[in-house]
Ligand binder design. Structure first.
Ligand code: BG6
Length: 483
């Protein structure tokens, strides 16, 4: 096959918490991310990010709400700007727009029996606006956003109670929107729970009943079951839909060609791929059961979990791709396996300003490896370069972003030529939004600049960057014109 297929889904990706704002409007409740505070640069410790928000900081944020800056509460106010934003996406030629639904906009505490009509209507309006321009929504059912009431009551996904509450919500989504949404992803980057249990699972390790790793894999077990039950309902009721699962894919390389390093990378990969194994093959692989045993990880499995997982596997695989990392068997260089983001630097790669190793070849490699292993269609639902942009004379010149995206698109093209079924490509933060690591606006990914700073100052005006016109050309030429 040559080049991109005619029906390739070009677009962009976002999440409700980072985009939407309107946190206290339309009957919305609060999510755990509404309590994540902005941390000024000078106060950031090494590796400290919003993903490591701990219980004490959360309690402090609740007590002293007036003293803190909560960027996710305002996002970039898509809630009031969605028509203008979607028009800009249409101008770029988007075929698909990846967005997520805010659970607490539909079920303010997660505990209500029926959904909030205003919340339901808001997403109808957004989907209708997208369809007006023939843009397909690609909807993530939960992108790191748990109603805070469920953190308070159940310590988030630590509790099996959340499975039923979540499937009540996802049933509403499927019943309500199945004629408007054909592609669904149940959990955003489900494997992020390993690094960030509060972000990924709305849970505090400090309050958990079991040890760290048992708590994390217990919460993941609950998410796997919730995902499988959602897939089951979708397959029964929304037959035209495709439901996918998603991970943050970080291709991992051995530090050297020493066999022990290769083995260390293999073990790391067994942990990384276990998420796909459970959701796409419907079973816990033996390698992960061994890992559980060796690390004293104890899980209380949900009744009939094997059948639930086996009978309800996903239709496609999705992943985000930003960087690769390096693993060594050497104790001095090694961190805990399965921690997701490693510190070992790859001397062959350049890095972004945030130290993320830029590796387009790794994308081709990862697409091939995943396809060889699972033989399912793949959607690259996040990719991009976080950078500091300069707005000058109402323009942003961002050749660094164009270079980054160009090389990654070339890698996807090669993977397609290798025979990998790639469904589409949605670069992250197609419009500038709050970053996940530090809840700031300094790190930007968009084709569209949003005039807002870290403190929320600015006109919220939308300005087309140079990359906007470049991506428009890429889409019009179906990936042929990348210059
Ligand atoms: C992914 C998340 O991990 O990476 C997004 O799904 C996030 O929510 C993106 O924004 C980029 O990370 P950051 O920290 O640069 O915003």
């Amino acid at each position: 096959m040559k080049g991109f297929p005619e029906d390739f889904l070009w677009g962009g990706a976002t999440s409700s918490a980072q985009l939407e704002g309107g946190f206290d409007q339309g009957g919305r409740g609060k999510s755990q991310l509404d309590y994540v505070t902005f941390i000024p640069k000078e106060q950031r410790e090494e590796r400290l990010s919003t993903s490591e928000v701990d219980y004490d900081r959360y309690v402090d944020a609740i007590k002293n709400e007036d003293h803190y800056n909560f960027p996710y509460r305002r996002g970039i106010d898509f809630y009031h700007h969605y028509k203008e934003d979607i028009k800009l996406f249409a101008e770029m030629g988007f075929k698909v727009f990846r967005m997520s639904i805010s659970w607490c906009r539909l079920f303010p505490t997660g505990l209500e029996e029926t959904p909030n009509p205003e919340g339901i209507q808001f997403y109808h309006n957004v989907f209708d606006e997208l369809h007006k321009y023939n843009i397909e929504p690609l909807v993530t059912m939960i992108h790191y956003e748990l109603p805070i009431a469920l953190t308070e009551k159940y310590n988030g996904w630590e509790s099996p109670e959340v499975i039923g509450l979540f499937t009540k919500y996802t049933k509403v989504l499927l019943d309500e929107y199945k004629d408007k949404v054909k592609h669904w992803i149940v959990f955003n980057e489900i494997n992020m729970m390993l690094a960030s249990p509060f972000t990924g699972g709305g849970l505090f390790l400090k309050k958990a009943k079991k040890n760290r790793l048992s708590t994390i894999h217990q919460a993941l077990h609950h998410q796997f079951i919730a995902s499988a039950l959602t897939v089951k309902y979708a397959h029964e009721t929304a037959k035209d839909c495709m439901v996918g699962c998603m991970i943050a894919r970080l291709e991992c390389y051995p530090y050297t060609c020493k066999p022990a390093d290769i083995e260390a990378a293999m073990i790391e990969d067994q942990i990384n791929f276990y998420f796909y194994d459970v959701m796409a093959r419907g079973t816990y692989p033996k390698s992960i059961l061994r890992y559980f045993k060796e690390n004293d990880i104890e899980i209380d499995y949900v009744k009939d979990y094997q059948d639930i997982l086996k009978n309800n596997t996903v239709d496609f695989l999705a992943f985000s791709y930003y960087m690769t990392y390096v693993v060594s068997a050497d104790e001095d260089k090694r961190e805990n396996p399965g921690d997701l983001v490693k510190k070992l630097k790859n001397p062959y790669l350049k890095s972004s300003e945030w130290g993320w190793g830029i590796d387009p070849i790794g994308l081709r490699v990862t697409l091939n490896r995943i396809y060889d292993k699972y033989q399912l269609p793949i959607f690259v639902v996040e990719n991009g370069l976080g950078a500091v942009d300069q707005l000058e004379n109402n323009a942003v010149h961002d050749p660094y972003r164009i270079d980054y995206l160009r090389e990654h698109i070339k890698a996807i093209k090669k993977a397609l030529e290798d025979g990998v079924e790639v469904m589409g490509y949605t670069p992250w933060g197609c419009i500038d939004l709050c970053s996940a690591s530090f809840a700031d606006m300094t790190k930007r990914y968009g084709f569209i600049y949003v005039d807002q700073d870290d403190e929320g100052n600015g006109t919220l005006g939308r300005i087309k960057k140079d990359s906007f016109y470049w991506y428009q050309k890429v889409i019009t030429s179906n990936g042929e014109d990348l210059e």
